[in-house]
Write a protein that binds this ligand. Structure first.
Ligand SMILES: Nc1ncnc2c1ncn2[C@@H]1O[C@H](COP(=O)(O)OP(=O)(O)O)[C@@H](O)[C@H]1O
Ligand SMILES: [Mg+2]
Length: 339
């Protein structure tokens, strides 16, 4: 495929107004409801939000993998200068195989139980990079070694059930990396792992990113994990991005009460002396989103306006690089409380 090169000012990934619908009862429900997201080449964007906020469906929507009977109803997904939503299925599959890769929480679902992990990587290499069997085998062994799997020659023949959770995750990463993606979408890749292995996998992803220059969309409900890896972070709530900005700025001084609530409930991120507070309530259930601001029923800053007027992402005064979808972004207290 040859198209005009994107101008350097265009981000690698530029998602606008993305909306994905699923039927519910007599109507439809939008787990992804007008999402805007930008990611530059080589950058790591963290995507945060409680379980059910729509993070996985956002990732699947970007990749054109929304499960039936869901459908993308609006928006655009520009990637490397073209809109993925306008590509025919074959062209999209080709982009997915070569330039975009996905890894997720449960490698068992990605790995074929009846093929050795090495053979699976060989298949990817033959399909997407056109290597012959011998070259593909050598490359697969190299790829297994590159993700820190000891004795890759021997591991080539292992089946996924013979590997520990951490090794399985590494094998899935190896499989994703052999197509040399420009963007890797990692959906809760460390959530199922214990803390030590989790840290190793995070370190591996950071290393691979700096050695290859790929961009990373790192999805996690765990803000403590994102604080370690993301350059910028976007926070999703009930289908929308409610805050985004440089990770450090956003964690130091959140501009949306939801982000503040998430941070205040995390011991790792709470400054010494500040009180730990659990975020009250639950995200709205599918089909039961309130009018106006969808966070208002859980919000400590709520006022009348929040029920009638839906807030949109904008830059609050004094925080030009942060965006917040809160009418009262300027009033969000500092993480440490009033000090
Ligand atoms: N295949 C599906 N069919 C219908 N609804 C779904 C499907 N997958 C997810 N959902 C719903 O969409 C919402 C967002 O889910 P998901 O994207 O998995 O959230 P997250 O990854 O943030 O936990 C949830 O309410 C979930 O129940
Ligand atoms: Mg998910």
């Amino acid at each position: 495929m040859s198209g005009p090169k994107p101008p350097s000012s265009e981000p690698l990934l530029d998602v606008r107004g993305l909306r994905t619908l699923f039927p519910i009862g007599d109507g439809e429900f939008a787990p992804v409801d007008g999402v805007d997201l930008r990611l530059g080449a080589g950058e790591t964007l963290g995507l945060a939000g409680e379980s059910g906020s729509g993070k996985s469906l956002l990732a699947l929507s970007i990749l054109g993998l929304v499960p039936e009977p869901g459908r993308i109803a609006a928006g655009s997904v520009r990637f490397g200068g073209r809109d993925l939503l306008q590509l025919d299925p074959e062209a999209l599959r080709s982009v997915r195989g070569r330039e975009l890769a996905l890894i997720f929480q449960e490698p068992a679902a990605a790995l074929n139980p009846v093929l050795s992990v090495g053979e699976q990587i060989v298949e990817v290499l033959r399909l997407h990079r056109g290597l012959d069997r011998r070259a593909a085998r050598a490359e697969a062994v190299r790829a297994l070694g590159e993700v820190g799997i000891a004795d890759p020659e021997q591991r080539f023949g292992s089946y996924s059930h013979q590997l520990s959770g951490g090794l399985r995750q590494r094998a899935m990463i190896a499989m994703a990396m052999v197509s040399r993606p420009k963007l890797l979408i990692a959906d809760e890749p460390t959530t199922a792992l214990d803390v030590t292995i989790q840290a190793q996998v995070l370190e591996l992803l950071a290393e691979l990113q700096s050695s290859t220059g790929m961009a990373l969309l790192f999805i996690s409900h765990d803000l403590a994990v994102l604080s370690q890896i993301a350059d910028r972070t976007a926070v999703m709530y009930a289908g929308r991005i409610v805050e985004s900005g440089p990770t450090r700025a956003l964690f130091q001084r959140p501009r949306h009460p939801y982000t503040l609530g998430l941070l205040r409930s995390l011991p790792e991120l709470t400054p010494p002396g500040a009180e730990l507070v659990a975020l009250p309530g639950q995200p709205p259930r599918p089909g039961h989103r309130p009018s106006g601001c969808r966070f208002r029923s859980r919000c400590s800053l709520v006022q009348e306006r929040c029920a009638s007027e839906e807030p949109h992402l904008g830059s609050p005064a004094g925080a030009s690089d942060q965006l917040s979808a809160c009418h009262f972004a300027a009033d969000v207290p500092a993480l440490g409380g009033e000090r």
